[in-house]
Design a protein around this ligand. Structure first.
Ligand SMILES: Nc1ncnc2c1ncn2[C@@H]1O[C@H](COP(=O)(O)OS(=O)(=O)O)[C@@H](OP(=O)(O)O)[C@H]1O
Ligand SMILES: [Mg+2]
Length: 428
């Protein structure tokens, strides 16, 4: 054997040695990354599914099995304080709405656009804005309700004030974090009116829908207390309190879900922070309960998929949705459900697809009806767009002026759904 050959062999074996070391080193780094929870298991499997482009790689284990100690995780992550305040504010506001929900008389009045609003809507908005202003005084707020009507109607104002001043979380530290009680009824009106931001593409702006699905709330159905934070037009934090959804993420979706007479086993908070995944936790009455990571369910067969839509035919074209579902091969009837509870339900894999088809050319969707749900579904592995396949644009004011309709589905099938939506709408 020549000296050259011996040298070559030595070089080759030292290469193999170094690549082995490199392999072992990468393995250790990967294991450390998993255990330090910087990448949670559901997100890893979602990343895997994006890499392979296959829905099937999102395994069943990615769903709802990982318990996160919310406060521990929050402490080190971006928007931790915003998330904690937002969830507690929603939990407290939901407590108020539940009191009204169980009353026969809900203090319902009609707004200028003829839609209903209750003492629950006004009270919840006051409590949420007061918590946000205590923590983030210079942030702007886009909220659904305004106090003008209450300034004219003192008995109604007083009814709301009674509710607001007596609704607290049974946790002193949580109450303190939310800034404590509002001073008096007049201060409450001022606070309600602080939700009058025009919205837009610059700075930190919160969106609040104190009771989304007010009609559902009045009917005894689903409703949601919704809160989102946008930074420069992009949703960073989203929280949905759904008092009438089951706590169990795996409970099958049905129109009458959560219509039991008591609150036993129901009430859930969904939340998400951009880039940090989505979570569900039981809706409580004191501090925050433990959360679980949630992820959308992979659709392996369209014939087994389910889709949800609005109960109100005026809010979404149910005829067109039926045609889309049929063309996709969906065989189950739609699950009609009020409010952003639909977004939460598909995000945790209880349902698969959410279709919201415009009923009029002129209606512009409101940002508070979609901001939180949009982020929660996307962080759970879904895609949310309008009927043309464009992302919802929250940066153009109080409405989604640049979008028509909403289509939310697992990322792996979203293009397929949009293709069919366009075929059906093209035939109209
Ligand atoms: N024409 C039209 N088209 C689309 N959407 C509309 C329309 N009119 C109203 N709204 C908004 O719908 C919000 C309720 O959402 P959902 O339809 O999902 O729930 S519900 O079935 O109506 O309860 C509802 O929110 P809330 O007012 O908070 O209930 C409205 O902002
Ligand atoms: Mg709404």
């Amino acid at each position: 054997m020549t000296v050259d050959k011996i040298k070559q062999q030595k070089k080759a074996s030292s290469h193999t040695f170094y690549s082995k070391i490199l392999f072992v080193f990468s393995l250790i780094v990967l294991i450390l990354a998993i255990f330090s929870s910087r990448i949670s298991f559901p997100r890893l499997s979602l990343i895997a599914s994006h890499l392979t482009g296959s829905a099937n790689t999102i395994t069943a284990t990615s769903r709802s099995t990982i318990t996160t100690t919310s406060t521990q995780k929050m402490a080190s992550s971006q928007y931790a304080k915003e998330l904690e305040v937002a969830q507690l504010a929603v939990q407290r506001a939901a407590r108020l709405t539940k009191r009204v929900f169980h009353e026969k008389a809900k203090g319902t009045v009609s707004k200028d656009d003829k839609s209903p609003v209750t003492i629950g809507d006004f009270g919840a908005q006051a409590l949420i804005i007061s918590a946000l202003k205590a923590n983030f005084p210079s942030d702007e707020i886009v909220a659904e309700e305004e106090a003008a009507q209450l300034r004219e109607d003192t008995p109604l104002r007083d009814q709301i004030w009674e509710l607001v001043k007596s609704t607290k979380l049974d946790d002193e530290a949580a109450e303190q974090l939310l800034g404590g009680a509002i001073k008096d009824a007049d201060a409450m009106l001022e606070i309600i009116d602080q939700g009058n931001s025009k919205g837009g593409a610059k700075g930190r702006i919160w969106t609040i829908d104190p009771i989304d699905g007010t009609k559902g709330f009045l009917r005894g159905g689903q409703y949601a207390v919704c809160l989102g934070l946008m930074v420069d037009g992009d949703v960073k934090v989203g929280v949905l309190g759904c008092p009438n959804l089951p706590v169990d993420d795996a409970a099958p979706l049905a129109a009458d879900i959560g219509t039991n007479a008591t609150d036993e086993g129901r009430g859930v908070i969904f939340s998400a922070v951009q880039g940090q995944g989505a979570t569900s936790r039981p809706l409580g009455t004191a501090g925050l309960a433990e959360g679980k990571s949630i992820a959308m369910k992979p659709i392996t067969e369209m014939s087994n998929a389910s889709f949800c839509e609005s109960v109100e035919a005026g809010h979404s074209d149910q005829g067109v949705a039926g045609q889309i579902a049929q063309k996709l091969g969906i065989t189950k009837p739609s699950v009609r459900m009020d409010s952003q509870a639909k977004y939460g339900s598909i995000a945790r894999g209880a349902g698969d697809i959410y279709l919201r088809l415009p009923t009029s050319k002129s209606y512009q969707e409101k940002i508070w009806d979609h901001a939180a749900g949009d982020l929660i579904v996307r962080e759970a592995g879904g895609q949310v767009t309008d009927v043309s396949g464009n992302r919802l644009d929250f940066s153009v004011g109080r409405t989604l002026a640049e979008n028509k309709g909403v289509i939310a589905a697992p990322a792996a099938v979203h293009d397929q759904v949009i293709k069919v939506v366009q075929e059906v709408l093209g035939q109209q």
